[in-house]
Every structure is written in C-alpha cells, then in structure tokens.
Design a protein around this ligand. Structure first.
Ligand code: UTP
Length: 277
C-alpha cells in the first residue's frame, strides 16, 4: 500500500566538517556500511522499495553506491572478497532508485517538496539517514512499526522519542493527546524550542509517514526557524485540519549527524551487530 520512501540527502552536514566538505555525510560508515544503506535497508524491509533521493551538489557518491561498479565486480568475481558485497547486492536487487535535486538548501520542508515529482499523489515514507534507528534482531524496524500504524489510522505518522529536558532545543517537539500506549494525536508542534517554550520532551526524529496533502501545505509554508522551510510547520498545519499521530517507537536511535552520536553508533554496531555476524 505504501511503496515509496523519500531520502532527503541534500543538507550540508556542517556539524561534521571537515569530513563532509567533499563527501556526503550520508556516506559516513558505521563500521563497514554507509549510513544511507542502513536507512534504505530499513525502508525495503518495511515494503517501501521505491526509494527516491533528494540530492544536491557534492552528493554523487550516494547514486554510485546504489549502482553497479563493473570494474570492482570484475576484479573480485570468484574471490572470497565477494561476500563483502552481499548486503549492497541484496539492496540493489530489491530496491528501485530514483533521484532528483534540491538546488538551494532551504530546509527539510523544501527538500520534501522537491521530492514530490518522485512520489506523486500517494502516502510515502521519509527517512533522514543521519538518524540511525536500530532494533533487536527479529524485531520490526522502526519504519515497519510505523507502516503498521498507518494501515490502522491512515494519517501522517511521525516518530518521536523522549529526550532529556536540556536537549529539547535540538529537535522539533510535540504536544498531543494520548490515544494509547506510545501513541499521541498531535495538537501542537514547535521547532527547536527553548526549555521554557517546549510543550513536552517528546522530540521528533528522522522517520515519517506522510499523506500527500503535505505537498499542498508545503507549497504555501513560509520559511520558519533559521529561515528554512520547516516540515514541522507544515505538519502542524496538517494536524490542525486533519490528523497527525506521533509514535514513540521501539528501538534505539543514534544522531549520526553529530560526532558524539556517530561514535556511540559505531561502538554499538561493532559490539552488537558486526561482531555477532
Ligand atoms: P540536518 O539539519 O540534520 O542536516 O537536516 P544538515 O543540514 O545536513 O546538517 P548540519 O546541521 O549542517 O550538520 C536533516 C536532514 O534533512 C536534509 C539533510 O540532508 C538531513 O538528512 N536536508 C536538510 C536537505 O535535504 N535539505 C535541506 O535544505 C536541509
């Protein structure tokens, strides 16, 4: 029912300079796999195998990663190194990839609006691949959990997590009516509030399922915080006129756009995933 997932990957990744000066932050490896591949694997596992990237200047490595590298294939064919390509070959087998570009980086809302031509008029997922979301082996991935909720409620679903009060200013933060355990109907949303202005400590993280009316709303959304077109502003509009649910997902999330989160994710994956393969 939901087949498509958008990956906005046009941002500058300034928190990770100088590493991200000429390399996309989405290609930073967590152990031996780039961040964006983790996100795409999560999307395909949720049944969203039509993957659309909103890229920008300096992001060609992402397209190359999901394409064949003939020289490399020929070089290692028949050797024991072929096993290193197993996971990306599987992703390339199962996924269909398309690309569009955001020419000026006017914010996440603008990046999603640029993705409209890849999505059309249907509900779709959004993954911010610098948020690495991991669940235990055998458990549903975060996007899979959200797709299940979408089937039940048929409205936009945003992933949230509780964060310490002094961290709220790094996130979009929601207020909502509790529908059941871990699920809220959104009544308010503030982008990067101060502790005093934060309506709760429920912070929005980089996983969304959006209904396509969000595009119409984004068309008329004015620049908000930091002069960027904010998806939170458009979602608040959607919440006022219809329904937006916020879901406290099961699993772990690492902010790999920050050095601290990246190091924590690397240690966690090395100990708990890579060493157990
Ligand atoms: P971030 O704010 O985390 O990414 O945006 P950034 O701007 O790349 O990083 P910093 O803050 O400068 O270090 C969240 C996501 O939205 C995308 C980013 O690529 C990231 O995946 N994004 C953001 C766009 O695609 N376009 C934009 O104009 C802004």
């Amino acid at each position: 029912m939901i087949k498509k997932c958008l990956f906005p990957v046009a941002g500058y990744g300034t928190r990770f300079l100088p590493a991200t000066k000429s390399m996309p932050k989405e290609m930073l490896p967590i152990v031996n796999k780039p961040l964006v591949q983790y996100g795409v694997e999560e999307s395909i596992a949720a049944g969203l195998s039509e993957v659309g990237f909103v890229t920008g200047r300096g992001k060609r490595a992402i397209g190359d990663h999901f394409d064949l590298n003939y020289e490399l294939e020929r070089e290692i064919a028949g050797t024991n190194k072929e096993e290193y390509l197993t996971s990306i070959r599987e992703v390339m087998d199962k996924g269909q990839f398309s690309f569009t570009r955001q020419t000026s980086m006017k914010g996440l809302g603008d990046a999603i609006l640029n993705g409209r031509r890849l999505i059309g008029d249907e509900p779709f997922g959004v993954v911010l691949s610098d948020d690495l979301c991991l669940t235990e082996a055998g458990e549903d991935g975060v996007l899979t959990q959200m797709v299940k909720l979408f089937k039940q409620f048929r409205c936009s679903i945003i992933a949230i997590q509780e964060v310490p009060e002094d961290q709220v200013s790094k996130f979009g933060v929601i207020a909502g009516d509790k529908i059941k355990d871990n699920l809220y109907q959104v009544t308010d949303m503030v982008e990067k509030p101060s502790v005093e202005d934060a309506p709760s400590n429920l912070a929005i993280i980089g996983r969304y399922i959006l209904t396509p009316d969000i595009f119409e709303i984004l068309e008329t959304t004015s620049p908000g915080k930091n002069g960027e077109i904010q998806i939170t502003d458009a979602l608040l509009e959607q919440a006022k006129n219809g329904c937006v649910m916020a879901y406290k997902f099961k699993g772990r999330r690492f902010d790999c756009g920050s050095v601290e989160g990246f190091v924590a994710a690397t240690n966690y994956v090395f100990e708990n995933v890579y060493n157990k393969q």
